[in-house]
Design a protein around this ligand. Structure first.
Ligand code: ATP
Length: 268
């Protein structure tokens, strides 16, 4: 089997006349957690839609560029084929089937991923180990779960398709800090079990702790890219995405900004 690495090359996307991504290139090596940061409207969700081939449900199209996963072009496939190829997206906003039970939501996640009963049972047991509450509440309607539990269910449903690469869109959005921390821990565990993760987050502090590498999008373009620890140390990221002023106390030894040689500033 080819290495499950993702290569997004020079992808441009438009929604009608609106240009949302301009020649964006992003890599996710096999086994990695890679973060995509950026403010509102930067194009983070659009990037995930371009990979999962769900753009057209939102009126978007890829104008140019390519998306390759495990040596195979994804652009040109239908969304269900992308899932079958091992790439599964958890959309923003905790989208669960509210009227269906938790168990049926998980069952729906396994549809289209192939594999027999045994594979589905193994996937379910992995999900229940990660999120015990989904086993406890299996027969309740998903709409009755708390926001954090619905996020767990959305992630659990995606895992039922046994992805090699999970695309996560703002999993901690709107959650209380403790729940956001639990979700982050689970992302780490999912990754430790062998699933690569492309994580879109506005919460840069959480994302940079989880990821080994990060990309910063600004108005549809990659503005910065580099190892997550170096991005976390860069003044620009600290000021703009971590809310930390780079105005050190007078006389502080840390007055000189640390050099971040591996960061690349991208020009259009
Ligand atoms: P946020 O963090 O607010 O979700 P984002 O970084 O995920 O933002 P996108 O949702 O990808 O950004 O949006 C990128 C650009 O594309 C924005 O200008 C947005 O208004 C536009 N856009 C997104 N979805 C659509 C759509 N369905 N139709 C038209 N324009 C859209």
């Amino acid at each position: 089997m080819a290495a499950a690495s993702l290569e997004v090359r020079e992808v441009s996307v438009g929604y009608g006349p609106v240009r949302a991504l301009n020649a964006v290139s992003v890599d996710v090596p096999e086994g990695a957690v890679v973060a995509v940061l950026g403010g509102n409207g930067a194009g983070k969700t659009t990037l995930l839609r371009a990979i999962s081939r769900t753009l057209r449900f939102h009126g978007g199209t890829i104008g140019s560029g390519s998306v390759v996963f495990a040596g195979r072009r994804l652009d040109g496939l239908t969304p269900d084929r992308v899932v079958a190829a091992g790439v599964v997206q958890v959309p923003e906003g905790r989208q669960v089937f509210a009227r269906m039970t938790v168990a049926d939501n998980l069952r729906a996640g396994a549809l289209g991923a192939g594999g027999g009963r045994r594979a589905v049972a193994e996937a379910r047991s992995r999900v229940h180990d990660l999120f015990p509450v989904l086993a406890e509440r299996a027969h309740q309607r998903a709409g009755l779960l708390s926001g954090g539990e619905q996020q767990m269910l959305a992630m659990g449903r995606a895992l039922m398709a046994r992805p090699r690469l999970l695309l996560l869109d703002e999993p901690s959005l709107g959650l209380a800090p403790l729940m956001a921390e639990r979700i982050a821990e689970t992302v780490r565990e999912i990754n430790a079990q062998g699933t690569s993760v492309l994580l879109v987050e506005q919460n840069a502090a959480v994302a940079l702790r989880l990821a080994s590498k990060a990309f910063v999008l600004e108005v549809g373009e990659v503005a910065l890219a580099g190892p997550a620890d170096e991005l976390a140390a860069s003044d620009e990221v600290r000021r703009r995405y971590l809310g930390i002023a780079d105005d050190p106390a007078p006389g502080s030894a840390s007055a000189a900004p640390a050099p971040v040689p591996a960061l690349r500033r991208w020009s259009a």
